[in-house]
Write a protein that binds this ligand. Structure first.
Ligand SMILES: [Zn+2]
Length: 366
């Protein structure tokens, strides 16, 4: 009788102590032995010269989530998990999203139906809580947490998802009481709404202005507010898709005070900049995500002009010839500002780089 179900031979294995070549013996779905000349096994795989790694766990992805404006997500539970498996990820944690007026229990059942028999790898759900009614807080969430749904995401922005500060603090208190982890999308919703309206009023609707409507300050303030509420309730939180140095500064500040603030970033913030949003035509729309990618050489367009000019950093708002640039709203990163040549007049990006007015892109609610 075979000693193992599977033996992977001649694998390069990295443990906490060393990197070495070994056979892996697998029995009942777990690695049961590491050694040389293991066996016999029912199935043998030769991995000579290759690293053999544990499967990855993707703790933040969205599958088959209904979106507004007739937008549908590209991935469902089949395509998403097949794609994950090809990248070496063997467990995913997508979201079961409560719609306003819906019970969280109904949302969980809905997403189990959506998943059905499609996933090809292990999966679980975080919950998205968009409507924390008394029933949700007192009955549904405690019951779901006891069943193992121990993490949920809440939003400080997006009309159909955002919670008020009072609702956020209620959810955090519940998480503390029941032992759950709350993931927070931290941005200042009202500032985004005002900036968006102001840009639209000026006809600045090309994809690039998505980034302008969500400057680092908006993320920094939301991050600080989320940290403050976490401190008041004394419960750890996980800040999701941190995209800016300003937000990291707030997280460091919290750590310095001994607060347990966890944070993640996403690959798009490591490989894209706001410049990608300026691709010709409507191409830039492909790079829209919220928060937006930061930095790059994209110019900082003025939002306010003339007598409305503010007084922050006055030495930076004068060009070489001394005329005012009207740059008291500074949507790009500090690096972006430094790179911007002061002698150049700000370009009006209302028409987009191709000179053609662009369709407006709806930001994804992720
Ligand atoms: Zn998300």
């Amino acid at each position: 009788m075979a000693e193992f179900d599977t033996v992977i031979r001649n694998a390069v294995v990295a443990t906490a102590a060393d990197v070495f070549e070994a056979d892996l013996g697998i029995a009942d779905g777990v690695v049961a032995a590491l050694g040389r000349r293991l066996g016999p096994a029912r199935r043998e795989i030769d991995a000579a010269g290759r690293y053999v790694l544990p499967g990855g766990i993707d703790t933040h992805c969205h599958f088959d989530q209904p979106m507004r404006d007739a937008v549908t997500l590209a991935d469902d539970f089949l395509s998403g998990t097949v794609s994950a498996a090809h990248g070496g990820t063997t467990t995913v944690m997508p979201f079961a999203c409560q719609l306003q007026g819906q019970s969280v229990r109904a949302a969980v059942e809905d997403y189990h139906r959506r998943a059905g028999r499609k996933p090809v790898i292990d999966y679980g759900f975080h919950l998205i809580v968009s409507d924390p009614t008394d029933t949700v807080l007192r009955e549904e969430l405690p019951a779901l947490i006891r069943e193992g749904y121990t993490s949920f995401k809440i939003y400080m922005t997006y009309e159909t998802l955002k919670l008020s500060d009072r609702q956020i603090i209620s959810v955090l208190a519940l998480a503390r009481h029941e032992g759950a982890m709350v993931m927070v999308h931290a941005e200042n919703s009202d500032c985004i709404a005002w900036l968006t309206a102001e840009l639209e009023r000026q006809g600045k609707i090309a994809p690039y202005f998505h980034a302008v409507s969500r400057p680092q300050a908006v993320e920094r303030e939301g991050t600080h507010r989320a940290i403050t509420m976490s401190e008041i309730v004394d419960v750890p939180i996980l800040l999701v898709h941190v995209s800016s140095a300003d937000a990291v500064e707030q997280i460091r500040w919290a750590h310095g005070r001994g607060l347990k603030i966890l944070a993640e970033t996403c690959p798009q913030y490591l490989v894209l900049t706001a410049e990608h949003l300026q691709a010709p035509g409507f191409e830039g729309a492909k790079y829209i995500c919220s928060r937006p990618a930061r930095g790059g050489d994209a110019p900082a367009p003025p939002l306010l002009r003339g007598r409305e000019q503010g007084t922050h950093r006055p030495q930076e708002v004068r060009g070489a010839d001394g005329d005012q640039r009207g740059q008291d709203l500074r949507p790009l990163s500090e690096e972006g500002h430094r790179r911007r040549r002061l002698g150049r007049r700000p370009r009006d990006l209302g028409q987009g780089p191709g000179g053609r007015r662009h369709q407006r892109a709806a930001p994804p609610q992720l």
